[in-house]
Design a protein around this ligand. Structure first.
Ligand code: C2E
Ligand code: MG
Ligand code: MG
Ligand code: MG
Length: 294
C-alpha cells in the first residue's frame, strides 16, 4: 500500500489509533492495582527432554481482571514495561516461583522453573544479591531456577548485561536466551554471552512440518545451523512453540535437547501438574512418538 494521501487512512486509521491508545491506558490503570487485588497467578508449561523426562517448567504470568477479563501477557507485559511496572511484577513472579519450588521440593526435588525477566529488573544493580537472598530465604537450590532473557537486553546494555549474566552463572543459576533468532543482536555478540540455554523461537519451529517442502527444508536447515552453533558453544538448545508430533519428531531428529509447546502441554496452574496420587502427569505419559527416537 502507498503511504500518504488517501491511502493513509487505511494504514493509520486515527480511530483505530485512538482505540489502541485508550486500551493501553485502561490496561495500565487496571494493572496498577492488579497485584494488590490478587489478580495475578502463574501458570506452568512443561518442557520435555529427549529421554521423555519432564521436570522443567516455564512460569508464565496470567492476569484475570474484573473489568477486562483475562488479559494476555503479550499485551500487558509491554504496557508494564513502558509504565515502569514490570520490575514489581517480575519480582512477584520470582518470589511466587520460589515458593512453588519450595512446595514441590520434597515430592519433586529435581523440578526446575524458568522465569522470564524483563530488562529493567536484570539491569538493577541489586538484582543478583536480591535473588541470592530470595533463594536463601526460600531454601531453593540455585540449580532449580533458570532465568529467560531476550536479545533486546544486549542492544543497549551489553556490558552491564554481560556482567550480570556472568554473576548469575557464577552463582549457578542458568540463563536461557528466549525467542532466539528473531532479535536484533548480531551472532558475534551472542557468541561470548554468558548463557546456558538457547530457546529457538517458534517462528523457526512452526514451518518444520509445512506442507510446502521448500519451506520445511529451509526451516530444517536454519534450525540445524542454530543447533550446530549451540553445540559449539556448549549450550543446551530447546525448541519453543512445538505444536505437532511432526514438529517434535523433526526437532528430535535435529538433535535438540528439549521441546516446549502446546504439544508438550499448555501452560496450566500448578495444581494441574500434580496428580492426586502425587505423580507428575507428564512423566507418566511421554507422548508415544518420542519415546524411541534418539
Ligand atoms: P515467552 O517467554 O516466549 O513465552 C512463550 C509464549 O508462547 C507463552 O505465551 C506461551 O503460552 C506461548 N506458547 C507456548 N507454547 C506454544 C505453542 O505451541 N504455540 C503457540 N502459538 N504459543 C505457545 P504467553 O504466556 O502469552 O506469554 C507471552 C510472553 O509474555 C512471553 O513469551 C514472555 O515474553 C512474556 N511473559 C510472560 N510471563 C512473563 C513474566 O512473568 N515476566 C515477564 N517479564 N514477561 C513475561
Ligand atoms: Mg520465555
Ligand atoms: Mg519465547
Ligand atoms: Mg516471547
Amino acid at each position: 500500500a502507498r503511504r500518504g494521501g488517501r491511502d493513509a487512512v487505511h494504514l493509520f486509521d486515527p480511530q483505530q489509533d485512538d482505540a489502541a491508545a485508550a486500551r493501553r491506558v485502561l490496561v495500565e490503570t487496571r494493572l496498577r492495582g492488579a497485584l494488590e487485588r490478587g489478580e495475578l497467578r502463574l501458570h506452568y508449561q512443561p518442557q520435555q527432554e529427549r529421554s521423555g523426562a519432564v521436570r522443567h517448567f516455564e512460569a508464565l504470568l496470567r492476569w484475570q481482571d474484573a473489568l477486562l477479563g483475562q488479559v494476555s501477557p503479550a499485551e500487558f507485559v509491554p504496557v508494564a514495561e513502558t509504565a515502569g511496572l514490570i520490575t514489581e511484577l517480575d519480582l512477584w513472579v520470582l518470589n511466587e516461583a520460589c515458593q512453588q519450588l519450595r512446595a514441590w521440593r520434597t515430592v519433586h526435588p529435581t523440578w526446575q522453573v524458568a522465569v522470564n525477566i524483563s530488562p529493567p529488573l536484570l539491569l538493577r544493580r541489586d538484582f543478583v544479591p536480591r535473588l541470592r537472598d530470595l533463594l536463601a530465604e526460600t531454601g531453593v537450590a540455585v540449580g532449580s531456577l533458570e532465568l529467560e532473557v531476550t536479545e533486546r537486553l544486549l542492544i543497549e546494555h551489553e556490558d552491564q548485561t554481560r556482567e550480570t549474566l556472568r554473576a548469575l552463572l557464577d552463582l549457578g543459576i542458568g540463563v536461557a536466551l528466549d525467542d532466539f533468532g528473531v532479535g536484533q543482536s548480531s551472532l558475534s555478540s551472542l557468541l561470548h554471552l554468558p548463557i546456558t540455554t538457547l530457546k529457538i523461537d517458534r517462528a523457526f519451529v512452526r514451518p518444520l512440518d509445512a506442507e510446502d517442502a521448500v519451506e520445511a527444508q529451509a526451516a530444517f536447515k536454519i534450525v540445524q545451523a542454530i543447533v550446530a552453533l549451540a553445540r559449539s558453544l556448549h549450550l543446551r538448545v530447546v525448541a519453543e512453540g512445538v505444536e505437532t508430533g511432526e514438529q517434535a519428531a523433526a526437532v528430535w531428529r535435529l538433535g535438540l535437547d528439549a521441546v516446549q509447546g502446546y504439544w508438550t502441554g499448555r501452560p496450566v496452574p500448578p495444581e494441574a501438574l500434580v496428580r492426586p496420587a502425587g505423580l507428575p502427569a507428564p512423566l507418566d505419559d511421554p507422548p508415544a512418538d518420542t519415546r524411541d527416537l534418539n
